[in-house]
Design a binder for this molecule. Structure first.
Ligand code: BES
Ligand code: MN
Ligand code: ZN
Length: 501
């Protein structure tokens, strides 16, 4: 989508006029540059009984040159950024290229830059489809263009904000692309290859891929054991943005679960909905997308990312229940269920992240069905060993409407997960209750402690985001910025967290 900001000039093929309830007549500027006949029709529509500007209300006026859509947004004071964004997304989803590809939005009375941006952002985010494996007719019509029209006073600020939203959206869309790729097309090494390719023409990024041999040398058997049942071998991918900057500062490290397909392995899943387990690498997709968003928006700080890529398959060579894994940390894991694989690969990723002496670690993972039971598709589950970090993540999420909801990290769950009779940790809890908390209790065992200046030991600030309910698995209509499939969740929230002053 090509986005610009201007005065009330072009009329476009589709003109969207989002308005608030309580107008007496057509707001100033709505009819500028429309023909006399079209102006009269639009003004009449504003005076008609059938449009009051209530939320969800819309009225189309067909003029010779363009379709004019009056879109009700309800009371001005009630328009949150989320409502603005969602309404932008919804109206965009209802458009068809058959009527032309030039969209004009006329922001008239009652708008501010944040709300205008959110509305346009909804459109930008929704302008996505994963159709590379389909024959498509639509292509000939070319991409959408969007002109945001407002009074001069707002134009510069709006242009900056919309450009930034667009830059961030390239990361969201990249994460969706990766999530939506089928597992026969996107397997661990292919993810690594794409990351390397992405880095090639970018001065300030570095990508490094550790293949199966390297993982063996390093002793990363969490990843190796999970991945060894597949013909596609596992790998670990390192993302470094602005590696030369902030040399003497501690910087964040973001870690992603990257199971390119989760069949469950020997503890195999049922077949219903198993196709969606191609999305089990959405944590890694979010990491990759976040780096794209940071790069595209010109972030100049240093930051690290690690993704743990493997395919979880049953085979004669697959790992089994009862096996013991020697992880990179030196701790051993008793495998009780091969379907609890995400935590095994993250064990190596988190320990590696700890070695980078980060300011904090955030991991993202489609980790448990339990978090979907707890929070549905409404919020990402947030577990953390650090109140300040947890609060910052919540605030960033609230700010951009990608909610993270705090869940407790209780010692009782850690105790369950460290009560194996034969290893240091077990990969399954003692029952089904609190499955997401069990998983978090497990992960916590792989975050290193370090000493502060006084020699006091404490664990590195860490947060775990269980995105199983928000990544796009098992449907859910709550995210209207997405039509279908991977959501790209947490790219915008983490971008906000990292870039805010
Ligand atoms: N990838 C799944 C979790 C998942 C389930 C994500 C449904 C999205 C939707 C994960 O690897 C898994 O299988 N978890 C098991 C753990 C259990 C075996 C301890 C689960 O949650 O059932
Ligand atoms: Mn699993
Ligand atoms: Zn999984």
């Amino acid at each position: 989508m090509y986005v610009t900001v201007s005065n009330f000039l072009d009329t476009g093929d589709v003109m969207i006029i989002p308005v608030f309830e309580g107008f007496k007549k057509a707001p100033n500027n709505v009819t500028s540059n429309l023909s006399r006949g079209a102006s009269i029709a639009v003004k009449s529509a504003f005076l008609s009984e059938s449009f009051q500007g209530k939320i969800g209300e819309s009225l189309s006026v067909w003029t010779k040159n363009c379709q004019v859509i009056l879109l009700g947004l309800g009371g001005k004071k009630d328009l949150t950024l989320k409502k603005s964004r969602d309404n932008g997304a919804k109206i965009f989803a209802s458009l068809s290229k058959n009527h032309g590809t030039k969209i004009v939005i006329r922001y008239t009375a009652g708008w501010n830059v944040k709300k205008m941006t959110a509305f346009a952002e909804g459109m930008i985010l929704r302008d996505y489809s994963f159709d590379k494996y389909q024959k498509k007719e639509d292509d000939k019509k070319g991409p959408w263009s969007l002109t945001c029209q407002t009074i001069e006073r707002y134009q510069d600020e709006l242009a900056l904000a919309v450009n930034r939203a667009q830059a961030i959206a390239t990361g969201v869309h990249l994460a969706r692309d990766l999530g939506n790729e089928p597992a026969n097309k996107l397997y661990p090494e292919e993810f690594g290859r794409r990351a390397l390719e992405w880095s090639k023409d970018k001065q300030n990024v570095e990508v490094e891929v550790w293949n199966n041999d390297r993982l063996k040398e390093e002793g990363m058997f969490g990843l190796i054991e999970v991945g060894k049942g597949s013909i596609h071998k596992p790998c670990m991918v390192f993302f470094r943005l602005n590696p030369g900057a902030d040399k003497d500062l501690e910087v964040p490290c973001i870690v992603g679960k990257g199971i390119t397909f989760d069949s469950g392995g020997i503890s195999i899943k049922g077949s219903a909905g198993m196709d969606e387990m191609k999305l089990d690498m959405h944590g890694s997709a979010t990491v990759f997308g976040l780096f794209q968003a940071l790069h595209a928006s010109g972030y100049d700080g240093r930051i690290n990312g690690i993704t743990c890529m493997a395919e979880n398959m049953p085979s004669a060579e697959a790992y089994r229940p009862g096996d013991v894994i020697d992880t990179y940390s030196g701790k051993t894991i008793e495998v009780l269920n091969t379907d609890a694989e995400g935590r095994n690969v993250l064990a190596d990723g988190l320990w590696k992240a700890s070695e980078l002496n980060p300011s904090y670690i955030i991991d993202l993972a489609t980790l448990t069905g339990s978090i979907v039971i707890a929070l549905g598709h409404e919020a990402t589950g947030l577990f953390s060993n650090n109140k300040l970090l947890s609060q910052k993540i919540q605030d960033a999420g609230d700010e951009v409407d990608e909610i993270s909801w705090p869940m407790p990290l209780l010692p009782a769950f850690e105790k369950q997960m460290t009560s194996s009779k034969i290893a240091d940790v077990r990969n399954q809890g003692k029952g089904r209750w609190g499955g997401a908390s069990q998983a978090a209790g497990f992960l916590k065992q792989f975050v290193q402690e370090r000493e502060d200046k006084e020699g006091k030991k404490s664990q590195i600030p860490w947060a775990h985001l269980d995105i199983a309910g928000t990544a796009g698995i098992w449907g859910g209509e709550t995210n209207v910025t997405v039509g279908h499939g991977a959501t790209g969740v947490q790219v915008r929230a983490l971008h906000h967290l990292i870039t805010q002053k």
